[in-house]
Design a protein around this ligand. Structure first.
Ligand code: AMP
Ligand code: ZN
Length: 491
């Protein structure tokens, strides 16, 4: 099915077509691993997961999905120096090498991140690569040299800066975001990785070595520029190495449009001569009471905070996916409860489809035989294909469920519906598509009596077998005979 996506670059919903026939190459800005990710961050990763799953399931594309791990930036360096209690508890003593400390510290949070996203239904096998910034320093340095050679970057005190004004004259700075050039003063430089003002300033591609910080050797025309990369250059180099330019889609949270993605576009075009991609997709914020969930606002929940409150991570996934990615998601506990109720309603319906079925899920071939389920599938899929409209897709599904009971369906329709649920579960990852396992634990003494009765039947001692059947009935168990077997059921 044809997929349409909202492209932040053109500000239009456009027909999506991969550059290489059936293969989608997609890059998502990943986590900065200096702490546990909060569920606001998780919305960005769940959005990318939704997109890649819709591309696979509805678009029938192969997807090479790359998500980076930012393990070197201002925050990871700051916090890997702390030597806090957590350091001692989880990571042992600090070493005298800042780089070793950084790698140990960020590895811990990377592992926690991978555990968290797995609990949220993201399949780690879906990643083509999860590159760590510290493993691509060489490519970053090469890209910086290209940008300098092309005349769009300069060295100042061992750091390298991107010359925004010069680039704006050659191409355009501010394709994603309206930039305020009015207050621009040539040579105004910004050293931090993240900055709020939507104002043009020269930003750091490479930051000169500071005491007690990790650094890599870098010589530029005989000048010593030992130091470490800026955050923006990391993504530009990794995506080019792993996906080749241009690739098909770049994703991230809406706050990354500026400066991160704006700077990625500028660096890539100024260095490689090619923009990373023609399609940029951004998710809106997850908010708490009208404010973006963030570490700095202090209004955040990590996944472990919610697990401690006995919340099922799949309910968080389902709640977040139930809203459209381009509208603000307001996080409330009532919202999670309501979403769980809706999810379990579908689950009960799925269980009821298996009653009296001899269906073997391994045999799913995704070809539906009935018009009833085919038209439901078309409706749900077309909403998903229309810029990932999950709220409309789920509304169609729930309205269908309101108008049908499993009793009213033929056996073929039930099988089709099971196939359809398996298919959309490849996107939502919200349900168990299998027969419900009913609690039917039978005490050993009852099984012993049934075994004695089977023995009596084998010996054609029918008087004894009748006595044992009555005994079982008295104890509350009925027994059904097979050829040389029996089934016990609690009455
Ligand atoms: P970070 O680990 O800070 O680099 O952020 C990882 C991702 O989370 C980025 O794509 C951010 O845009 C995204 N993000 C951060 N806070 C929120 C939020 N409250 N709602 C949605 N996405 C967010
Ligand atoms: Zn990035």
């Amino acid at each position: 099915m044809q997929i349409n996506l909202y492209n932040s670059l053109t500000r239009l919903i456009e027909e999506f077509k991969p550059i290489k026939e059936n293969l989608v190459r997609m890059y998502s800005c990943g986590p900065t691993v200096y702490n546990y990710a909060h569920i606001g961050n998780m919305r960005a990763f769940l959005f990318a997961d939704l997109l890649q799953r819709v591309l696979r399931t509805v678009g029938k594309y192969e997807v090479n999905w790359v998500m980076n791990i930012t393990n070197i930036d201002d925050k990871t360096i700051r916090d890997s120096k702390l030597g806090s209690e957590l350091w001692k508890k989880e990571m042992g003593e600090q070493s005298s090498s800042p780089l070793e400390n950084l790698l140990k510290f960020t590895k811990y949070y990377e592992n926690e991140f991978l555990k968290d996203i797995s609990l949220l239904g993201i399949d780690l096998n879906h990643f083509f690569a999860m590159p760590k910034a510290t493993e691509y320093i060489d490519s970053m340095q090469k890209l910086i040299l290209k940008i300098i050679d092309n005349g769009f970057a300069y060295i100042s005190n061992g750091s390298v800066y991107f010359n925004v004004m010069k680039w704006n004259e050659a191409d355009k700075y501010g394709k994603l975001f309206n930039i305020d050039f009015e207050n621009f003063k040539a040579g105004t430089r910004i050293d931090t990785d993240q900055y709020e003002r939507e104002q043009a300033n020269d930003f750091a591609l490479w930051k000169a070595k500071k005491e007690d910080e990790p650094y890599w050797e870098f010589r530029i025309d005989e000048q010593i520029c030992d130091g470490r990369p800026g955050w923006h250059i990391e993504c530009s180099a990794m995506e080019a190495d792993l996906l080749k330019l241009p690739f098909d889609i770049h994703t991230g949270g809406i706050d990354l449009k500026f400066p991160h993605h704006e700077d990625e576009i500028a660096q890539s075009k100024a260095g490689y001569g090619v923009e990373p991609t023609a399609v940029w997709c951004h998710n809106e914020f997850l908010e708490v009471e009208g404010t973006k969930m963030s570490k700095s606002a202090g209004n955040f929940f990590t996944l472990r905070d919610l697990l401690d409150k006995d919340i099922d991570p799949i309910d968080i996934r389902f709640a977040i996916l139930s809203a459209h990615y381009s509208s603000v998601f307001n996080f409330t506990f009532d919202g999670i409860t309501a979403s769980r109720k809706a999810r379990l309603r579908v689950q009960d319906f799925i269980y009821s489809l298996f009653e009296g079925q001899e269906f073997v899920p391994e045999k799913i071939d995704y070809s539906l035989k009935t018009e009833l389920i085919n038209s439901l599938r078309n409706e749900v899929f077309s909403h998903l294909a229309n810029n990932l409209h999950t709220p409309k897709a789920l509304a169609s599904l729930f309205s269908w469920l309101n108008n049908h009971t499993s009793d009213s369906l033929s056996n073929v329709e039930k099988v089709d519906l099971i196939i359809f649920f398996s298919e959309i579960n490849n996107i939502f990852v919200a349900w168990d598509i299998k027969k419900q396992i009913k609690e039917n634990i039978i005490p050993q003494e009852i099984v012993d009596l049934a075994e004695l009765r089977l023995k009596a039947r084998r010996e054609k001692n029918f008087k004894e077998s009748d006595i044992l059947r009555d005994k079982l009935l008295d104890l509350g168990y009925s027994i059904k005979d097979g050829k040389d077997s029996y089934t016990l059921e609690k009455m």
